[in-house]
Write a protein that binds this ligand. Structure first.
Ligand SMILES: [Zn+2]
Length: 545
């Protein structure tokens, strides 16, 4: 039986009961089977007394639902149970450092990696989903003129949410209205969308962005949106989402006699030409259903999150086409750019790149048209998306602020800047300082407190490394991230958590770059290449060549 709201409500009750001990640092607590069954039966009685129909016939069935989803866990060889949350806290607090060349049996005598922890569990507040596509279109029409093609774009994007009709949040509608209106003004302006992780900031941008771009799609290729990311890992994740969106827009554009929207990435893993793929270490060889191929490091399958591969026969015929190694999805050459040569010849509609790459290539005359420099006014970018705006503070933020000013001057750009940020005090001022445009031209869009509703739980766990044991904080970070990855779901289609992102201290950017590659190597050794990449936090070990 799938996990539903009743099972989640019961799980919340179990976790609250476990917190009493966990908050005291006692991680070995458990429920015995009888106690758990009684709790489940009592929960079902409460459900009935509220006038709701229980989804399970008895308490044990409810427990089995949680056990099947591995949200409840039986301690091997016993009739004792813990929730996944409590078991995770226990594992985190017991992390130890073992080297493979030592005796693996030495686990108990190996040094501790975690000295102490603090745990906070609270309901997660999400903006309510309450607006359907028709309501959105009517609201937008009353504010700005909308073409029929743009209406179809909204319907296609909103209708494409994970197999069922997607409802929008109020702040996403306000963002769409603001962005559509601002792009008609013909001068540089900004919108900063501030909302919690996972609450739909990205869609708040791409909905109006695709709607504005759609009428401009023609046989001519030029960059309409530059999406800037502080890290390539985030870039890959967002590019996958964008590919899913452009795929769902393809029929709408075809019906209007237009080509598909094209996305592309530009960063170190993008090969110069097709010949460079074969020797590029970032594109390792892969066998796809008996065919020789190279694994694409730029993006994963928009449908199943599996590896995408460039078949050797396609590389040889210079066809920039990707096939999924796990499902039947293909990314055709009219949907993506894979080499720099083609990227420059036929720029994508949406270019995913990093601030570092923009800085490196801004002055290169070959690359400048890709960024809208030296082009006539109607071929310059319409949007610049800046994700993780809060990452641009301090010295690094000052460099990026100068970079954006240089780009604006060079491209003579009057585009609309959209920033996405999770937490930022006085976001409009911060964003206007970063862009170098007046604070009056920047608006903030965020969910109102009354639009937020509790949904599931959020877990804040702070781990303290153990300096007395002689281990480094880097080891604690790496082991914690590896553990976290294993605790989460393998299947990305579930709502129960499946991705790990790691953010590091701004001061240690250089060390983190080195240590993140170390982390990747270690992780691949233990878990194979399926694991997601994450960078560990501050390192305090001597770096050797
Ligand atoms: Zn796939």
């Amino acid at each position: 039986m799938p996990i539903g709201t009743q099972s989640i409500e019961f799980l919340n009750q179990l976790e609250i009961a476990e917190l009493e001990l966990l908050n005291w640092g006692l991680v070995d607590g458990f429920f015995d089977e009888r106690e758990l069954e009684t709790k489940a039966d009592e929960f079902l009685v409460t459900i009935q007394s509220r006038g709701e129909a229980p989804v399970c016939t008895d308490g044990w069935q409810l427990l089995e639902t949680l056990l099947d989803a591995r949200l409840l866990w039986r301690i091997p060889g016993t009739r004792r149970y813990r929730t996944r949350m409590a078991e995770a806290v226990r594992l985190f607090s017991r992390l130890r450092q073992i080297f493979p060349d030592r005796n693996w049996q030495a686990w108990r005598s190996s040094p501790n990696l975690v000295a102490d922890y603090r745990l906070q569990v609270r309901p997660r507040l999400y903006p309510l989903r309450e607006v359907d596509s028709q309501t959105l279109i009517e609201r937008l029409k009353s504010a700005v003129p909308i073409a029929a093609l743009q209406e179809d774009v909204f319907r296609a994007l909103i209708g494409s949410g994970a197999g069922q009709k997607r409802l929008l949040r109020q702040f996403q509608c306000r963002a769409a209205e603001r962005i559509l209106r601002a792009t008609r003004e013909g001068r540089a302006s900004g919108t900063i969308v501030s909302a919690g992780t996972g609450s739909g900031k990205t869609l708040a941008f791409y909905l109006p962005c695709f709607a504005v771009m759609a009428p401009h799609v023609s046989k001519e290729h030029w960059t309409k949106c530059i999406a800037l990311y502080p890290r390539s890992e985030l870039l890959k994740d967002q590019m996958r989402e964008a590919l899913a969106n452009t795929k769902s827009l393809a029929p709408v554009l075809a019906a209007a006699g237009k080509r598909k929207l094209v996305v592309a990435a530009l960063y170190s893993d993008v090969p110069y030409n097709t010949q460079a793929v074969v020797t590029n270490e970032a594109w390792p060889p892969l066998n796809v259903r008996g065919l020789r191929a190279h694994e694409c490091p730029l993006v994963r399958c928009p449908s199943c999150n599996g590896k995408l591969a460039w078949l050797v026969k396609d590389i040889e015929s210079e066809t920039e086409r990707l096939v999924c190694s796990e499902c039947a999805v293909t990314i055709e050459s009219d949907e993506i750019r894979l080499t720099r040569v083609r990227l420059l010849r036929e720029p994508p509609d949406v270019l995913f790149t990093s601030t570092e790459m923009l800085n490196q290539r801004l002055s290169a005359s070959r690359f400048s048209p890709l960024f809208g420099i030296g082009l006539r006014a109607e071929r310059r970018p319409l949007f610049v998306l800046i994700d993780e705006v809060h990452a641009y503070e301090g010295t690094h933020g000052a460099h990026v602020a100068f970079l954006l000013r240089r780009w604006r001057r060079a491209a003579d750009a009057t585009c609309h800047f959209v920033g996405l940020s999770a937490t930022l005090a006085d976001a409009p001022r911060f964003f206007s300082d970063l862009l170098g445009i007046g604070a009056g031209d920047v608006s903030e869009i965020a969910p109102d407190p009354e639009e937020l509703a509790p949904e599931g739980a959020e877990y804040l766990l702070a781990l303290r490394g153990d300096p007395a044991s002689g281990t480094s904080l880097l080891s604690t970070s790496i082991q914690s991230l590896m553990l976290l990855r294993r605790i989460l779901e393998r299947d990305y289609r579930t709502d129960l958590g499946n991705r790990v992102f790691s953010f590091t201290d701004n001061l240690d950017v250089v060390i983190c770059l080195v240590s993140s590659s170390i982390a990747t190597v270690i992780r691949q050794r233990y878990h194979g290449p399926r694991s997601h990449c994450c960078a560990p936090t501050r390192a305090s070990f001597p770096l050797k060549k």
